[in-house]
Design a protein around this ligand. Structure first.
Ligand SMILES: [Zn+2]
Ligand SMILES: [Zn+2]
Length: 71
């Protein structure tokens, strides 16, 4: 598997479009909420992963993400 931009060895694939991306070209700016739970006190808390592998080119979510598993 190689980076689709430069052909170097890819460190992973874009979570959204599936293209391979290397360490230099991957982007990690789209937080993905893994789960939400109620803390032992007041406020709901969400577990957020902020280092989701993203190629930086695709625009996978023009609208709010559907999460059918919540229903
Ligand atoms: Zn690259
Ligand atoms: Zn992508």
């Amino acid at each position: 598997m190689v980076c689709y931009k430069c052909g170097e060895a890819a460190v992973g694939v874009c979570k959204f479009c599936g293209r391979g991306v290397c360490m230099e070209h991957h982007t990690t700016t789209l937080p993905t909420m893994l789960c939400m739970y109620l803390g032992s006190h007041e406020t709901p808390k969400a577990v957020v992963v902020s280092d989701v592998l993203w190629c930086g080119d695709c625009r996978p979510q023009p609208e709010p993400i559907e999460m059918p598993e919540f229903y």
